[in-house]
Design a protein around this ligand. Structure first.
Ligand code: NAP
Length: 294
């Protein structure tokens, strides 16, 4: 069975590919990596290890038929900000080109917060792509990912400078290390770990609030970090006034407001079960990133 992976040189994609290669989860020649740039350092590294590396760009459908030829099972990477306003179209175009080329099983990079209406716009994009697969009746598994631990930096960088973590009222977030997420995904998309159902939550086994994050940062740096709650609109306006592009200001606000609604609160032991060890915790992440930085 051949396994195709789009987005193989990005952060999550390369964690998936590295795990497949390091653990020989499929014969290397059955691994087909579809990237926008076959001449990148990562693409060359994977080709040198024996993977098939092909050019494919969701924004240029003429590249996709040959890219997906001979692929049995395919991971569709969400292109995120790289797709600009075309997030849904790019993924649907890729899915349809893959179906046409004979792909029989799809794995989707989605988000645990995926839903029809959300302040967090990527959640709507993921949901729409999932719904496309549902309507078409294709065989698929949606990997509903949690927030990467590194996203907490969005709040902690400023907090460390000012001594105050300012954000709208939030809720629990089951943060997860991106590499661990990718490693677990590698076992699922190669069929080495069998999941049940079409939706699989790849989230942390514990959850934390931004107040917890502020307290951990205080402990790690020895500098007192207070947690200040502000109204969402005031937070967005303040970020824009400070020079943050409007789209990012809105997304950052939505991280807190959607967390407040419980969108990222789900925890799961699945990633730990697949990898056979505990998830990296928020405490470990903040210690590694911020110790000696006050
Ligand atoms: N869960 C979270 O906390 C979180 C945080 C940030 C983002 N995300 C989402 O998860 C995705 C993966 O995260 P990441 O950290 O790996 O992001 P990333 O490092 O930016 O990688 C995304 C990859 O998507 C591929 N891609 C982009 N545009 C494409 C196009 N037009 N056609 C085909 N492939 C395209 C690229 O792979 P190649 O360069 O190999 O072509 C790119 O490297 C993101 O794209 C975003 O949707 C999730």
């Amino acid at each position: 069975m051949t396994v195709g992976i789009t987005g193989p040189t990005g952060g999550l994609g390369s964690a998936i590919v590295d795990e497949i290669l390091n653990r020989s989860l499929v014969p290397t020649s059955d691994l087909i990596l579809i990237t926008r740039d076959e001449s990148s350092a990562k693409a060359k590294e994977y080709a040198a290890k024996g993977a098939q590396v092909r050019k494919g760009d969701f924004g240029d459908v003429s590249t996709l038929g040959s890219a997906f030829k001979g692929v049995d099972s395919l991971l569709i990477m969400a292109p995120g900000h790289h797709a600009g306003p075309h997030g849904v179209k790019y993924q649907i175009d890729a899915i349809e080109a893959a179906h046409e080329a004979g792909v029989s099983k799809f794995y989707l990079v989605s988000n645990v917060a995926a839903k029809a209406k959300s302040d967090f716009s990527p959640a709507e994009i993921h949901y729409e792509v999932e719904q496309h697969l549902e309507k078409k009746g294709y065989d698929f598994v949606s990997l509903r990912n949690g927030f990467y631990l590194s996203v907490v930096d969005t709040f902690l960088g400023n907090a460390l400078k000012s001594g105050t973590l300012t954000a709208p009222p939030d809720g629990q977030i089951a943060w997860i290390d991106r590499d661990e997420l990718g490693q677990a995904a590698a076992h699922i998309i190669t069929g080495k770990y069998k999941t049940n159902g079409k939706y699989v939550d790849l989230v942390g086994s514990k959850s934390w609030t931004l107040k917890d994050a502020a307290d951990i940062l205080s402990k790690v740096t020895g500098k007192e970090i207070k947690r200040q709650e502000v109204e969402p609109q005031a937070f967005t306006d303040g970020a824009i006034a400070a020079g943050v592009p409007e789209m990012w200001a809105r997304l950052t606000t939505a991280i807190a407001t959607c967390a407040h609604d419980g969108d990222w609160s789900k925890t799961s032991g699945l990633v730990e079960e697949i990898l056979g060890h505990k998830n990296k915790s928020l405490e470990e992440y903040i210690e590694a990133q911020y110790a000696n930085k006050a």
